[in-house]
Design a protein. Structure first.
Length: 468
């Protein structure tokens, strides 16, 4: 099989064509197209195949390709293939896995399967897998790899290079070498070039940089990924309570974590609940998607009845000035749009660590000013439209267009101002109450601003138009 440097990168169209070739493979068994395809393109193309066809593809795929792509195949797919193999081929697949990928696969397996598969690993791999399985999947310890370069503080450059030469095949990243003392406590790190350009008798203690950036094993994976981004790291060391080096999280793992967390936040903002699996959109079943969405759909549908009660309460205003009905959807929608914008900006800033509950009043003051400017701009535009462009025959007999324009403009200003403030306050309040801002904010904003928009609009109409 070609070394990774000889693979050819594929465009999006080529990946689509590759996905279609997978479809043909399940029918004809023709595999010539697989030669020279990069595993990353394979993983992307597989995400575009629906579950039944995907399962058939993996059952027919020759073992040599499974071994080549083993660290790119989703754990659930690999586990399904593993269950169909004899113990000899199971051993080959398991031993081809990187230690962190092996741990991910074992987490997907049943307890009985875990016992069987662990016995198929060699002693070192079994020890590594058991060590990783002790940590929750979404912690730094659950996402780290043990395949790292480490040397002890008391070595010379020559001794360190000799040790690294022996360990190179079991090391995922050699550009960063971590230095520990005799008790395995992390001291700092080296670069490979530090060793390459130093004399052989130079002590490692003279080269180590003493870098103190590290993360505890029980810290959330998203915080670890943020640290890699913030400090521009190739690898982030993971330590235990005694500061002993356990493993590292590499930059490519950080990219995966941030993608997963971003997708999860987007789904929560859209009112999609439940745990998100590793499967792509096309591989997730209809009933699974239904279960994740139906909860918020029902809750929001019934909460929307509050708007109906408001309309009923102001029925007399609607009957007397039916022209108001033309602008009610605009007032309500403007509040929903600006509230969602505000919430999105605040949640993003919170997820990046830019703001927290301590900045509550600064955020409210900023969003309030933005809301006033947006409201004034839209209010003036709509007021001019009502006064000069709205058809007079639709205005109603004896209805003063100036008063209607004033009602709509003032309603927009107040609605947009209140919505931007609500959109900023809800995520901050949720975080202060130790709730997920993305889960709480978006669905709540939709209902709150719908009801508040109706109340503001009809209250102002009643006041401006001097209705009892």
């Amino acid at each position: 099989m070609p070394p990774e440097s000889l693979y050819t990168a594929q465009s999006e169209d080529a990946v689509d064509a590759l996905a279609y070739s997978f479809h043909e493979f399940t029918e004809t068994g023709e595999i010539a197209f697989l030669e020279g395809v990069h595993p990353g393109d394979v993983a992307l193309a597989l995400d575009r195949i629906e579950s039944p066809e995907r399962e058939m593809f993996f059952q027919k795929l020759p073992l040599r390709y499974v071994l080549e792509w083993v660290n790119r195949i989703d754990a659930a797919d690999l586990l399904a293939r593993l269950r169909t193999e004899d113990p000899g081929d199971q051993r080959k697949i398991l031993r081809a896995l990187a230690d962190d990928e092996c741990a991910d696969l074992l987490q997907e397996a049943t307890p009985a399967e875990q016992t069987v598969y662990l016995k198929l690993l060699d002693a070192d791999s079994r020890e590594h897998a058991e060590a990783l399985l002790r940590y929750a999947d979404e912690t730094a310890g659950g996402r780290m790899t043990l395949a790292m370069a480490r040397v002890t503080l008391d070595l010379t450059v020559k001794e360190a290079l000799s040790q690294l030469r022996d360990d190179q095949d079991q090391t995922e990243i050699l550009s960063r070498i971590f230095v520990v003392d005799q008790d395995e406590r992390l001291i700092g790190k080296l670069r490979l070039r530090d060793l390459a350009f130093s004399t052989w008798d130079t002590p490692i203690r003279d080269l180590v940089d003493g870098d103190q950036i590290r993360v505890q094993a029980d810290v959330d994976q998203e915080e670890a990924a943020r640290m890699i981004s913030r400090y521009d790291l190739m690898a982030l060391p993971v330590v235990d309570e005694a500061d002993r080096l356990l493993g590292v999280i590499t930059h490519d793992d950080a990219l995966e974590i941030l993608e997963e967390e971003s997708t999860e936040d987007m789904e929560k903002l859209s009112g999609i609940g439940g745990e998100r699996g590793v499967s792509s959109y096309l591989q997730t079943g209809v009933l699974v998607q239904f279960r994740r969405r139906i909860g918020w759909v029902i809750i929001l549908a019934f909460l929307a009845l509050l708007s109906g009660w408001v309309l009923h309460a102001y029925e007399e205003v609607m009957v007397s000035f039916y022209v108001l009905a033309f602008y009610l959807p605009m007032v309500v929608a403007a509040g929903g749009n600006t509230g969602a914008q505000s919430a999105t900006m605040v949640i993003r800033a919170m997820s990046l660590g830019e703001i927290g509950p301590r900045e509550f009043f600064r955020v409210v003051w900023k969003e309030g000013r933005i809301g006033i400017l947006l409201g004034l701009c839209l209010g003036i535009c709509v007021a001019l439209q009502v006064r000069f462009l709205f058809p007079s025959d639709l205005m109603g007999e004896g209805v003063n267009a100036v008063f209607i324009a004033a009602v709509v403009a003032c309603s927009l200003v107040i609605q947009i101002l209140s919505s931007t403030i609500i959109g900023a306050v809800l995520p901050l309040a949720a975080r202060a109450c130790r709730l997920d801002p993305a889960v709480v904010a978006s669905p709540a904003i939709t209902t709150i601003v719908d009801v508040s928009g109706c109340v503001i609009y009809f209250s102002l109409a009643q006041a401006f138009l001097q209705l009892p």
